[in-house]
Design a protein around this ligand. Structure first.
Ligand SMILES: O=C(O)c1cc(=O)[nH]c(=O)n1[C@@H]1O[C@H](COP(=O)(O)O)[C@@H](O)[C@H]1O
Length: 233
């Protein structure tokens, strides 16, 4: 078992005081933090620096998806910020992902982990036809995970439902980061391909991304500690 909790708390907030009051309750030994599009668009890189000053490792989740040159430059900018993990969309293709990986070479051992989003956990297989994918989610995730591994990245974002199948198809040290985590009794919201924290870990997830079940609960710290304890942390 890893020394540190596999939990990454998704900080999806529009109001700075709500973010600050949650973060003040948390401790870097309990979790890592994810800064996504809403927070970054509202508050910019300073919010990342602020979390780092408080000792947290930050996953910068901006899901870059652009031409190779632009994506590579954006990933390098994330590395300059000193984030722990950054992501792109695997559907940007091999050239885009390889360029992103190459842009991290100058950062050496300080480079962030670079992972790629496969099929969003808010999508079901029956929606894939409308975006030109005539296959089910498991097969499409497998195809994009292989492309990601072949492009030299560190792992993928997928749902926990694909993890056990993927484990047989990808290198051992390839990271599987799974959002769509819902503790027993939590509202699904817009998530479709979901699992509980213990299901995700037992199927082989390396990191669990959890937002609203923690951040919108009456006692976020108690919920975080309860999930950690259920996983043996
Ligand atoms: O890249 C991600 O983190 C991500 C990929 C994905 O397929 N699904 C997904 O939900 N996410 C993110 O994970 C978080 C999940 O939040 P909750 O649904 O509130 O637990 C959100 O911040 C999403 O942006």
């Amino acid at each position: 078992m890893a020394e540190k909790s596999p939990l990454i708390v998704a900080l999806d907030f529009a109001v700075r005081s709500e973010l600050d009051s949650l973060v003040a309750k948390l401790d870097p030994s309990l979790c890592r933090l994810k800064v996504g599009k809403e927070l970054f668009t509202l508050f910019g890189p300073e919010v990342v620096r602020d979390l780092q000053r408080r000792g947290f490792e930050v996953f910068l989740d901006l899901k870059f998806h652009d031409i190779p040159n632009t994506t590579a430059a954006a990933v390098a900018a994330a590395a300059d910020l000193g984030v722990w993990m950054v992501n792109v969309h695997a559907s940007g293709g091999r050239k885009m992902m390889s360029a992103a990986k190459a842009a991290l070479a100058p950062f050496g051992k300080d480079a962030p982990l670079l992972i790629a989003v496969t099929v969003l956990t808010s999508m079901q297989s029956n929606e894939l036809g409308s975006i030109g994918v005539n296959d089910d989610a498991v097969s499409q995730v497998g195809r994009l995970a292989k492309l990601t591994a072949d492009s030299g990245l560190d792992g993928v974002v997928c749902s926990a439902q694909e993890v056990s199948i993927l484990r047989d198809q990808i290198p051992d040290n390839f990271l599987l980061v799974t959002p769509g985590i819902r503790p027993e009794g939590s509202a699904l919201g817009d998530q479709q391909r979901v699992a509980t924290p213990s299901e995700a870990i037992s199927m082989g997830s390396d990191y669990l991304v959890i937002g609203r079940p923690i951040t919108r609960c009456a006692d976020p710290l108690a919920m975080l500690k309860q999930i950690n304890a259920s996983l043996g942390y």
